[in-house]
Design a protein around this ligand. Structure first.
Ligand code: PLP
Length: 467
């Protein structure tokens, strides 16, 4: 099929409200034409003009098994022909849904019991918030409702999940955060540590601050804490040493539930099946999406731990049916896609690949970038990594925002055929390639990124920026 690029661009500009796009620049053409993505294979996508890109971000950290996997397309097609839809209300199910749920409960960290399904990470976090409230109502703690999340955490864009997200530009002009969602300090040692403070000491300080916050709010009002095992959109930042054990100690002390938002880290990205496995996290509720179907179909899950589920079941005689659900909860095509994806994740040992190729990727990133004069920190784990750019390494000062250093590097990399994301908080270039990436492809990614960074360094020098 040949796409009429000019016509599709025109239709798109006239009718699509794009997420995270400067609307006026887009409408007036100042931001250029839309990229019409047409095909994908392995770790590469191709646009309608025939340009190919390495997708160093797996879409939005989601196409973990890579593009063009016929096994998944066939599973989707088979299910669509067999039964395209039935709901899961009032005890209806499908074979794919029951098999998937059993699988998730068995593979998830901690003692899990049931899975509730949605279509996005945002709605799964919304569900998890409602589960926290429901749980505490049923056990006679109606004030224990506040949810603590972290600054720079990202949990989605809906009303509650957007409130959990800890970056102000997701809140501004949107009347968020709503009350009852509060934020505590970000666990990023590079920016947050006091001079001479070790990672361990810094983690303990963050845990102490969390305890102070809980005491200030009143433990009887704090229902849950939500965190990504590794901060994603807030800058791809692995936790400092000792962070999760210290945090969990505080949560246990005050009977506060832990929601592990595994939307990015679930299904292999950090080199273990879940980020929680990697960091010794024992969640009460888990949020999954993205990698669950490798984005071949929109599907998310709230995995409910035994402790929470027991209270829900015990309360049922009193309160009646569990009154929460979406038309598409447990969609059979989504379940079939997820089963096919998990077959590949297991058969190809993608967590193992993320561990092995990820270690190589981290090494290569450090070797190529850590010594450059505009690089403050190179960080990551498994197949997620980031380079943070600073104006002055000694003083740890940021570039002026107007220089848009991160965005410029991302743009130059893209012009050179690599998609690496300018992360929204600071001058940060982020990577999260598909989990099928090979060492050879890591070399390609790093060499294009290095050329892009060096080009922008030259431009900055030429423009009189001291580096
Ligand atoms: N949680 C995390 C950790 C995420 O990274 C994201 C999306 O990037 C979400 C939740 C929201 O997922 P969605 O965009 O599918 O609503």
């Amino acid at each position: 099929m040949t796409i009429d690029v000019a016509e599709i661009s025109r239709l798109d500009k006239a009718s699509v409200l794009h997420p995270f796009t400067q609307l006026k620049d887009f409408a007036t053409g100042k931001a250029g034409d839309p990229t019409i993505v047409e095909t994908g294979q392995g770790i590469r996508i191709k646009d309608a003009t025939g340009r190919e890109y390495i997708d160093g971000f797996a879409g939005l950290y989601c196409v973990n098994v890579g593009y063009g996997r016929t096994e998944i397309a066939e599973a989707i097609s088979r299910q669509a022909y067999r039964l395209a839809y039935y709901h899961s209300y009032a005890a209806h199910t499908t074979d794919e849904l029951a098999i998937l749920s059993d699988r998730l409960v068995r593979m998830a960290p901690g003692k899990m019991s049931k899975v509730f399904y949605g279509m996005s990470g945002s709605d799964a976090n919304e569900t998890n918030a409602k589960l926290v409230w429901y749980y505490n109502n049923l056990r006679g703690q109606p004030r224990k409702k506040k949810i603590i999340s972290r600054e720079r955490g990202y949990h989605g864009c809906s009303v509650i999940s957007g409130s959990m997200t800890g970056m102000s530009f997701y809140h501004d002009y949107m009347d968020l955060p709503v009350s009852g969602i509060i934020h505590t300090g970000v666990p990023h040692h590079y920016w947050g540590a006091n001079p001479g403070e070790t990672e361990l000491e810094f983690s303990q300080r963050r845990a102490a601050e969390l305890e102070e916050l809980i005491l200030r709010e009143g433990p009887e009002t704090v229902g849950a804490f939500i965190g990504e095992p590794v901060l994603g959109t807030g800058g791809i930042t692995p936790p400092p040493e000792g962070y999760w054990p210290a945090i969990q100690q505080v949560l246990k002390k005050y009977d506060v539930l832990l929601i592990a938002d595994e939307v990015i880290t679930g299904f292999g990205r950090v080199g273990s099946m879940f980020g929680s496995d990697h960091y010794g996290i024992e969640p009460d509720l888990i949020t999954v999406a993205k990698g669950l179907t490798s984005a071949y179909f929109p599907l998310s899950g709230s995995i409910v731990g035994e402790k929470v589920y027991k209270v829900l079941e015990e309360g049922a005689d009193r309160v009646g049916a569990f009154s929460h659900g979406y038309t598409y909860s447990g969609h059979p095509i989504g379940a079939a896609a997820a089963n096919a994806v998990l077959d590949l994740v297991e058969k190809e040992n993608l967590p193992g690949n993320a561990r092995e190729v990820g270690a190589y990727f981290q090494e290569r990133l450090k070797a190529a970038f850590a010594q450059l004069p505009i690089v403050g920190e190179v960080r990551g784990v498994g197949l997620m990594g980031a380079i943070e750019f600073v104006a002055d390494r000694e003083r740890k000062s940021r570039f002026e925002a107007s220089l848009k250093v991160g965005a410029r590097i991302s743009k130059v990399a893209r012009d050179r055929g690599l998609i690496a994301r300018a992360m929204p908080h600071g001058d940060i270039l982020g990577f999260a390639p598909p989990l099928v990436t090979t060492k050879g492809e890591v070399d390609e990614i790093v060499s294009i990124a290095e050329a892009a960074v060096r080009q922008v360094m030259d431009e900055l020098t030429r423009d009189g920026q001291k580096i």
